[in-house]
Design a protein around this ligand. Structure first.
Ligand code: MGP
Length: 238
């Protein structure tokens, strides 16, 4: 195990199962799905393991966002960067003039930067530590009109599957509307990464009348990992 920061929630690279807390061992077993370059020193805080998007899923989402976003969108904002799974995939494309990665937890942001260095894309990303809602309102307000927002928010922990259908109105700490309302003030193209069991009726409440709302399941080895809902005008192939 190697540590890059002295912190109560340090960035750690676990190299054997006996180092890994029981609650995250399931994710550590999937580590090479999550980051194919895990063994080069990928780091995470313990709590950030739950929410990382596995690399093949992140790559497919990045390709979909790059292809379907309006041509006028030149900036991508990853509002909950976590330890960088999605941000790294977005930065591997040359589609974006600017990529902003926002993360509230300084230790988690440090892991993301470190991981992006392993993938050779750290310098292509503008890293911002802080609360995404206040940053979108202040520092990034000038990006209106040219921006796509991608958000993979916390879902209230790994117990999100306990209910058969996941209630997006009571999602913690941010409900669907807590996310959608402020994001839609900056951009009309918003991609939200949500539980595969999400209540689709709650998503349709945000769909404009008569307009298509794209909801995609992203799968790994035949199992859905999560969905992405795409609000706004995306250029999907017919
Ligand atoms: P999972 O269901 O916790 O695990 O997460 P697993 O082993 O992939 O599924 P299982 O049914 O085989 O047990 C599935 C995927 O959801 C993960 O790979 C993450 O990409 C994503 N994910 C899980 N959680 C708890 C969160 C979260 O809180 N936020 C976000 N953004 N993604 C999450």
């Amino acid at each position: 195990m190697t540590t890059s920061e002295a912190s109560t929630k340090p960035c750690l690279h676990y190299t054997s199962i006996d180092q890994v807390p029981v609650g995250i061992q399931k994710y550590w077993h999937q580590r090479h799905d999550i980051f194919s370059r895990y063994d080069e020193g990928i780091q995470s805080t313990d709590s950030a393991w739950y929410g990382v998007t596995p690399e093949p899923v992140a790559a497919t989402i990045a390709a979909h966002v790059a292809e379907a976003a309006p041509a006028s969108a030149t900036t991508l904002i990853d509002a909950f960067a976590g330890i960088g799974g999605n941000t790294i995939a977005f930065a591997q494309s040359s589609r974006w003039e600017r990529i902003f990665a926002i993360e509230k937890d300084p230790a988690v942001l440090a892991c993301a930067k470190h991981n992006a260095e392993i993938y050779g894309v750290a310098k292509k990303i503008w890293w911002i530590q802080g609360d995404c809602f206040s940053i979108l309102k202040t520092r990034l307000a000038g990006m209106k009109g040219s921006t796509v927002i991608f958000a993979s928010p916390p879902w209230g922990g790994p117990g999100y599957l306990d209910d058969g259908v996941f209630n997006l109105s009571t999602m913690q700490p941010y409900s669907l509307r807590d996310l959608y309302t402020p994001f839609s003030k900056l951009s009309s193209e918003i991609a939200l990464f949500l539980p595969r069991t999400s209540d689709l009726n709650q998503l349709t409440e945000l769909a404009p009348d008569g307009k298509k709302l794209e909801v995609t399941h992203y799968c790994l080895r035949g199992n859905s990992k999560a969905i992405c809902v795409y609000f706004g005008k995306w250029n999907w192939p017919e």
